[in-house]
Design a protein around this ligand. Structure first.
Ligand SMILES: O=C(O)CCC(=O)C(=O)O
Ligand SMILES: [Fe+2]
Length: 349
């Protein structure tokens, strides 16, 4: 579905000058039901809303996202069963044993904010599963260069793998729907990312956050659910349960609650998009503090370009006044270096 852009000779300056320092108090909710409309005006309108969110906030909720509620419910049920397993069983799938960070992360195993003392969550990470996808799609065999590494799965947890991969597959479809909208939001042809996302590079996590003790007023705990960080890939698709606790920092430094809204998912931009756009799209700092008194579960899926793609600034996002800020490296090298830093403190080597 090609969308013909009107002539915009000043496009480069126009986009590069879109950089904003505005702050925000709320995270917008965007209905994406027109994402595949045959009417290009509706797609353009939707992309304009997305652009506003991307240049001002870096976060938005999506309504009508298309991931079946049943897939979500089955995956959360599977996550609860997995995290209830004995620690020794989960440690059999220790992420440090896997090439490229697949498997189980114990409580405090990650330290997302280097000034923190470890994150109060446990997690389970997967990526692309070749056998499943060759049965379900026509995707060719793939290699992931420096990010190559097979998934690991718990034994004897009936239905776990199917539930998790079903959700993963649905979330990938949503991601593939969003890429053309991000392209339009950048005044690029809708298919701009097609040849850069031929074999979705997406890591998905199941996360479990036990409730944390209240911190005395005026003090800040150095152990929270997940320390303040930005994500590494282009964008994250996040399901969060009703317990709440996700917070997003605005440009004034205030933490704004990303309150769970039933029927929506949160989408936030990551550092790959900040690099593509020379920071015109915001990769916004966020964290989780689970003060609900409840067990909290969430499912982030981090969607980036193919791992061998170079993260080069889009020409219209640089100008003499806004020169390129970032060294050009491949998506795989970039993601790998960020994962190494995150897990460095719990690495046994
Ligand atoms: O659990 C959440 O709500 C957010 C998780 C997150 O920010 C991440 O895993 O990068
Ligand atoms: Fe994150």
């Amino acid at each position: 579905m090609a969308f013909v852009l009107p002539d915009k000779p000043d496009l480069g300056l126009l986009l590069a000058n879109r950089r904003t320092e505005s702050t925000f108090e709320e995270i917008p909710v965007i209905d994406i039901q027109d994402a595949k409309s045959v009417d290009p005006t509706l797609r353009r309108q939707l992309a304009d809303h997305i652009r506003d969110a991307c240049i001002n906030v870096g976060f938005f909720y999506v309504k009508n996202h298309g991931i079946p509620e049943e897939d979500i419910a089955n995956t959360i049920k599977a996550a609860k069963q997995f995290f209830a397993l004995p620690e020794s069983t989960k440690m059999g799938l220790d992420i440090h044993k896997s090439p490229n960070y697949k498997g189980y992360t114990a409580l405090l195993g990650e330290n997302t904010d280097v000034s923190g003392l470890g994150d109060l969550h446990e997690g389970f990470d997967i990526g692309w599963e070749p056998r499943y996808f060759s049965e379900h799609t026509n995707s060719p065999a793939r290699t992931d260069g420096v990010m190559t590494g097979a998934n690991v799965w718990p034994e004897d947890l009936s239905g776990f793998k199917e539930a998790v991969l079903n959700y993963y597959h649905s979330a990938l479809i949503l991601g593939q729907l969003l890429f053309p909208l991000f392209a339009l939001a950048l005044d690029l042809p809708e298919n701009y990312f097609d040849d850069k996302t031929t074999k979705p590079a997406a890591i998905m996590r199941l996360l479990h956050y036990p409730p944390q003790n209240p911190t005395p007023v005026g003090t800040h705990s150095r152990q929270i659910g997940i320390g303040a960080h930005t994500d590494y890939e282009c964008f994250t698709i996040l399901w969060q349960d009703p317990a709440g606790g996700l917070q997003v920092q605005n440009t004034s430094g205030k933490w704004v609650d990303a309150v769970p809204i039933a029927g929506t998912l949160v989408v936030n931009l990551g550092d790959q998009f900040a690099r593509w756009t020379n920071d015109i799209f915001k990769s916004t700092l966020h964290r989780v503090v689970n003060r609900s008194g409840l067990q909290r579960y969430s499912i982030p899926l981090f969607f980036g370009t193919d791992y061998e793609v170079l993260l080069e600034p889009i020409p219209t996002c640089v100008s003499p006044d806004s020169p390129a800020k970032y060294e050009v490296i491949t998506a795989g090298e970039y993601v790998k270096s960020r994962l190494e830093a995150t897990y460095a403190h719990s690495s046994k080597e």
